[in-house]
Design a binder for this molecule. Structure first.
Ligand SMILES: [Fe+2]
Length: 296
């Protein structure tokens, strides 16, 4: 059986990890050789061609454009080997390795994290393959299985708890523009910490943390992702379940943009809905939401 958090985090104990690192700052645990041996049995001894041959999920290809931009594209499994040989990083979603799925569920329980939407993938890249400075919306652990990889990491002081992944050099989405109020860096800030991962090393990276990585030798690593469920989504789900019981909320809205003659009716409808919303929200309790986090 694959080990629990206690073994994964050594020499740090689980309580200290929960209090001082989880959802706050990165952490590295070194040389978990036995874990790598156990994972090798589940993952074709980390042979990229073997992994591709037995893979039934999607294959994502990650590569850098000639302008230095980042691109990802889904490619047929049969094209994976040629793409990998040509220096493209492969990202294989492990949807058919039951021992690893069961292990990740156990880890989620230990971390007090929801079992919803857990993701687990293998990254395989040739020496020199790199990712630009970016942040992700997942809490995640990377286990270096083969080869070495140089990471650069920095806490994100630009935006807290982002709702979308973002790669430097790209425009912010309209929604990100609502809560990202300071200029974003163009590349990894110089004060980032450098960490080299060798086989058996485990790196925890919190959601939203700036990071980039470059394979210093051909590299295979395992990624365990624990996605965030933003509170706003939880409340909106619970509220929707409450509101749709009243026909008022299931009615079509009056579209003021259809012409100025509809404006007064649209305003009247919205005023009525806002009155009903205040009444409905005032009856919603914390228990209503905690008891049914998916709004059912
Ligand atoms: Fe990432």
């Amino acid at each position: 059986m694959l080990p629990g958090l206690k073994t994964l985090l050594q020499p740090l104990n689980v309580k200290r990890f929960q209090e001082q690192y989880w959802r706050q700052r990165h952490y590295v645990s070194r040389a978990r050789g036995k874990l790598v041996q156990k994972l090798a049995k589940e993952l074709e001894d980390f042979n990229v061609y073997g992994l591709l041959e037995h893979h039934s999920g999607p294959v994502q290809a990650w590569f850098t454009t000639v302008e230095g931009g980042f691109r990802a594209a889904e490619i047929p499994r049969m094209a994976g080997q040629a793409a990998y040989d040509a220096g493209v990083t492969l990202y294989l979603r492990l949807i058919d390795v039951p021992a690893i799925a069961e292990w990740q569920l156990r880890l989620a329980r230990e971390l007090g994290h929801s079992p919803e939407g857990l993701t687990c993938s293998v990254f395989a890249g040739k020496r020199g393959a790199s990712t630009r400075c970016h942040f992700d919306t997942l809490e995640n652990f990377t286990i270096q299985l083969q080869g070495t990889k140089l990471w650069r990491l920095l806490p994100n002081r630009h935006v807290k708890a982002p709702l979308e992944n973002w790669v430097t050099g790209y425009e912010l989405t309209a929604e990100m523009g609502l809560y990202c109020k300071v200029p974003m860096p163009k590349d990894m800030p110089s004060q980032a910490e450098k960490i080299e991962l060798r086989p058996g090393d485990i790196l925890y990276v919190p959601r939203g943390y700036w990071h980039s990585a470059e394979a210093s030798g051909d590299s295979v690593s395992l990624f365990l992702g624990f996605p965030a469920t933003p509170c706003v989504d939880l409340i909106l789900n619970a509220l929707r379940s409450r509101l749709i019981r009243n026909a008022l909320w299931r009615e079509n809205f009056i579209d003021a943009s259809a012409g100025h003659q509809w404006k007064d009716q649209a305003r009247w409808q919205m005023a009525e809905l806002l009155r009903a919303l205040k009444a409905d929200v005032s009856t919603l309790t914390a228990d209503d939401i905690v008891a049914c986090p998916n709004g059912k």
